[in-house]
Design a protein around this ligand. Structure first.
Ligand code: OXD
Ligand code: MN
Length: 621
């Protein structure tokens, strides 16, 4: 009798057999034999099965119930609190071309290493077999995804974040066209956290449409369907003719207008992506990952591959993010991770109130002033503490959330964390210039990935961490995608993080609503714009009007000038950085190089003409 036969119950085997899928059966058997769990449970889409996972996570202590109905908390290990870029590698074969910036490893070597680490990794544990669908069910966007994990928290999170896909697997009619993900948290300590962090590996096998991830729990590392599936889908999209992007999708609604205008937006992690999609008065479709395909009417249609939000909780407070704050403080199925817990209540940094001076957190029993083994002071909650909720339960959920056809995009936004160069909002000259704006995005690093924060990093389309094709190919795919659209979306950039010389932010967080409503109006040709060397910016009168109407706030010409002046030298420095980066990449499309030269010339001409380093908008008007 094989180990598989020993650990699977009759009913679970029946569920597996009912899928009539030889590849699924083969994979489940193979990895059961390898990882050696003591029990194998197959989860269908039934409410009983899904509830089993939810309860198992609490029973095992991976989640603990909080006082509010449906709320639980989960803690990741102290050194497993963000995406591990160093140990995330793409397994490549000799004929595969990758950009130099991609962390890769020869496939044979990587498979050998990770399969050895996975050997016996589930000993003594229960493994869960789960089926999901990336994108709406039964649509041209759907990709079926199989997850095997020994973490009930991972399986439960995926249940909130992804559409149940057992029935979708039946629709495959036996085909092997699906992604699969093998995850093991590995050996655990008394807090239930992965012990062998030095053997944390996240290996993405493009050829095999699969990912192996071991010795970790943080969702960005462990959840197959999030950033791991994103890489597989980027590979697929770039070998076909569609886009897989690190983008939110939202319906913008201008006050007193009876219309919904769909935007998608790419922002690096922790740069305001979720809070843009959750701006009060707007509709959310998704906050993280989108597939884009051309529709029959020449629009780009987008779907959220997820159905939930794994959002950063720091700074979510009633003033800055009222919609999210309300969602987090009302009863619903909701997982908090790496917050501070005191007396059954969750607390986080920047929540707009004083935090208790003691409690339980990602480090353990915590008191104000506690220090870790290296002498570092431990904050009450982690800066990358998160919440996991279902979008459909939110009052601002768009009714097209699950629409199999997706939503037609009329605008695309690129935004980074940029303290000194780009203006708060800017429209590109055209699609290709939009691709250029996206492909030259930079951002100061944040706590969502391990390593130093605040360092300026190249972040093309906010997707660099996930790019598994050469940069040139990726840009080509974007240019070509747009050229096929007869109804191209307008492309914008935003920057919420501009600072003055004293390091003070020039905008309030909520100002992003004004930029959004201006972009919405541009789509409908309602505002004029000023042509600058780097793109179109709003006029003072339109923006101050919007501040007045929407926030009843005075917006001074001094504020406008400080925010919308074109910083010529800073932009030229950025172009230089881009020339260095792109000069080092192969097969960069000519269209891209031409735009880079055009923008550079525009900047130089403007500087010659005005003899200034920083030029006020009125000089371009
Ligand atoms: C995320 C990330 O969690 O990008 O969405 O890190
Ligand atoms: Mn993300």
């Amino acid at each position: 009798m094989s180990l598989f036969d020993e650990v699977i119950g009759g009913n679970d085997l029946k569920k597996l057999k009912e899928l009539n899928n030889p590849d699924v059966e083969k994979i489940v058997k193979e990895y059961t034999e390898l990882c050696k769990p003591k029990k194998l449970t197959v989860i269908s889409d039934s409410p009983e099965d899904i509830n089993y996972v939810r309860e198992l996570s609490v029973k095992k202590g991976e989640e603990v119930k909080l006082s509010k109905e449906g709320h639980t908390v989960h803690f990741d290990g102290y050194k497993d609190q963000a995406r591990d870029k160093t140990n995330t590698k793409i397994l490549i074969t000799p004929e595969m071309k990758m950009s130099k910036r991609i962390n890769s490893l020869p496939r044979k070597e990587g498979l050998k290493e990770v399969l050895e680490i996975l050997d016996g990794s589930m000993k003594g544990k229960e493994a869960l077999v789960r089926f999901f669908c990336l994108g709406p069910l039964n649509s041209k966007f759907s990709i079926a995804a199989l997850q095997i994990t020994d973490s009930a928290y991972v399986a439960h999170s995926e249940d909130i974040l992804y559409r149940a896909g057992y029935e979708q697997f039946k629709r495959l009619e036996g085909s092997g066209d699906f992604f699969y993900f093998i995850h093991s948290a590995g050996e655990l300590d008394e807090r239930g956290n992965s012990v062998n962090i030095d053997k944390r590996r996240i290996y993405i096998d493009l050829k095999g449409n699969r990912v192996f991830t071991v010795n970790n729990q943080y969702a960005g590392n462990s959840l197959g369907l999030k950033k791991l599936a994103l890489r597989l889908a980027i590979y697929r999209a770039n070998n076909e003719d569609w886009l897989t992007e690190h983008m939110f999708i939202m319906g913008a609604k201008a006050p007193h207008r009876d219309r919904v205008t769909y935007f998608s937006g790419a922002f690096p992690s922790a740069c305001g992506k979720t809070s843009t999609a959750m701006i009060p008065g707007q509709l959310i479709v998704g906050d993280d990952i989108a597939y884009l395909k051309e529709g029959p009417d020449g629009y780009a249609y987008a779907v959220n591959i997820e159905q939930g939000i794994f959002g950063i909780i720091e700074d979510v407070n009633p003033a800055d993010d009222p919609v999210i704050y309300k969602a987090l403080t009302t009863p619903r199925e909701l997982i908090f991770s790496n917050v501070l817990v005191n007396n059954g209540k969750p607390y986080w940094l920047g929540m707009g109130r004083e935090l208790p001076r003691e409690g339980y957190n990602h480090w353990g029993q915590w008191k104000s002033g506690s220090r870790d083994a290296d002498g570092n002071e431990i904050l009450p909650a982690h800066k990358n503490a998160r919440y996991t909720i279902r979008i459909s339960e939110l009052e601002n959920a768009d009714k097209k959330l699950h629409d199999p056809g997706g939503v037609p995009l009329q605008g695309i936004i690129y935004g980074g964390r940029d303290s000194d160069t780009s203006v708060p909002v800017l429209q590109s000259f055209d699609w290709n210039h939009g691709v250029f704006i996206g492909a030259t995005l930079e951002s100061e690093s944040t706590a969502a990935t391990l390593g130093a924060t605040g360092v300026r990093k190249f972040q093309p389309m906010a997707n660099l961490d996930f790019l598994v094709v050469p940069l040139g190919r990726y840009i080509r795919n974007h240019i070509d995608f747009g050229s096929r659209l007869t109804n191209q979306p307008l492309v914008f950039s935003t920057n919420y993080f501009l600072k003055d010389n004293n390091g003070k932010f020039l905008n309030e967080k909520i100002d992003k609503k004004i930029w959004l409503i201006w972009m919405e109006g541009r789509v409908h040709k309602e505002y004029d714009a000023i042509r600058t060397p780097v793109g179109y910016i709003p006029s003072y009168s339109d923006i101050s009007d919007l501040f007045q109407k929407i926030f009843n706030r005075e917006y001074s010409i001094e504020d406008y000038n400080a925010q919308f002046a074109i910083r010529i030298t800073k932009f030229l420095e950025k172009i230089k950085r881009m020339e260095d980066i792109y000069g080092d990449e192969e097969d960069i499309p000519n269209e891209f190089i031409e735009i880079m030269n055009m923008i550079k010339n525009n900047l130089l001409e403007a500087r010659d003409k005005s003899a200034k380093d920083i030029i006020l908008p009125e000089e371009f008007a």
